[in-house]
Design a binder for this molecule. Structure first.
Ligand code: GLN
Length: 322
């Protein structure tokens, strides 16, 4: 097995080709169970890459703010680990892939009353309940959004219309919250915890911001643009493990097997991918497959990995040169 050297130019060329290829891919439909998302232009498409030295590579609609949705589970899991250690998150929530849809109630029952992982709805609502300062909705919201700002190097913006749209239709998540409360897996006020989860899903971000968040994880917790250490290096492999094992829900195994890229999706159409030590990537296009993962974003990231010949499991050391 040989080590590999890749230039910025090669990565940019791979991203350009992957973008051009994925732009031709049809199929999928916008998330329809959240009214705001159903009405987003399905033709939007962006691909962003950030390298560990802060170099940004962007193609398409990379400044359009879309709903972060389930990708918000990643920064809040990181925050729960910052505040309560990775072991604390394992004890209180767990780290098991469910192999089931993101909003599964069955998964909670199967796991014997455990939320499973902070990257499905149940575990994410539980993670919101873990965030300090306890009992203080404004303080918790500030902690959640400050953390996202530090990870991205710029602030997300709440999409009010999306927040109202989701709050008015989140009946399944209300059921999850109260079932978890029944099992003592909600560590603060249940309604407040659900509201924080719903609000964080309604934050607007760009693919360029998500690529910076991914690059911060890929760089062991240091934001490549600001140079700030956002989280302890020991948290990086933990969050990347969660992303790899459950980031695409019931398709996580197929996706990792095919692409070699740990990635997390959101029903807003975003996908964030982390290749440790190499790059952070993010793509955005609203139409989704039946598991809630963006069709074009998957095509773009898969193509990029194929062109570069990279994969998290291949055991090669990758050196990036200018
Ligand atoms: N807010 C959405 C929900 O709770 C997020 C789901 C997702 O992006 N997979 O259903």
């Amino acid at each position: 097995m040989t080590d590999i050297t890749i230039s910025h130019e090669q990565i940019e060329a791979a991203a350009r080709e992957a973008y051009g290829y994925a732009a031709t891919i049809k199929g999928g439909v916008n998330a329809h169970y959240i009214p705001y998302l159903a009405n987003i232009d399905p033709g939007l498409f962006g691909l962003s890459v950030m390298l560990p030295d802060g170099t940004a590579i962007d193609f398409g609609d990379t400044t359009y703010r879309f709903g972060i949705e389930s990708i918000s589970k990643v920064p809040t899991a990181i925050l729960a680990m910052i505040q309560h250690t990775p072991q604390g998150v394992l004890d209180k929530i767990g780290a098991d892939a469910t192999g089931l849809p993101f909003n599964s109630i069955f998964a909670i029952l199967l796991e014997n009353d455990h939320p499973s992982t902070p990257l499905v709805n149940a575990g994410a609502i539980s993670a919101c309940s873990m965030i300090d300062p306890k009992g203080d909705s404004d303080g918790k919201w500030k902690a959640i959004t400050d953390n996202i700002t530090a990870l991205c190097g710029s602030a997300p913006q709440l999409i009010d219309e999306l927040y109202h749209s989701e709050s008015a239709t989140n009946f399944n998540n209300r059921a999850i919250t109260w079932l978890l409360k029944n099992y003592d897996r909600i560590y603060d006020d249940p309604d407040m915890s659900l509201d924080l989860y719903t609000r964080q899903c309604s934050l607007g971000v760009t693919s360029a911001q998500l690529a910076a968040m991914a690059a911060t994880i890929a760089s062991g917790g240091v934001n490549p643009v600001s140079g700030a250490r956002v989280f302890d290096a020991a948290i990086a492999p933990k969050i990347t493990t969660l992303i790899a094992t459950v980031g695409f829900y019931q398709h996580s195994g197929d996706w990792l097997y095919t692409s070699g890229l740990p990635a997390k999706s959101g029903v807003g159409g975003g996908v964030l991918g982390v290749l440790p030590g190499v790059m952070g990537v993010a793509a955005f296009a609203p139409p989704l497959d039946e598991a809630g993962n963006s069709v074009k974003a998957q095509a773009a990231l898969l193509k990029m990995m194929e062109i570069l010949g990279l994969g998290i499991m291949d055991g090669r050391r990758v050196t990036i040169v200018k």
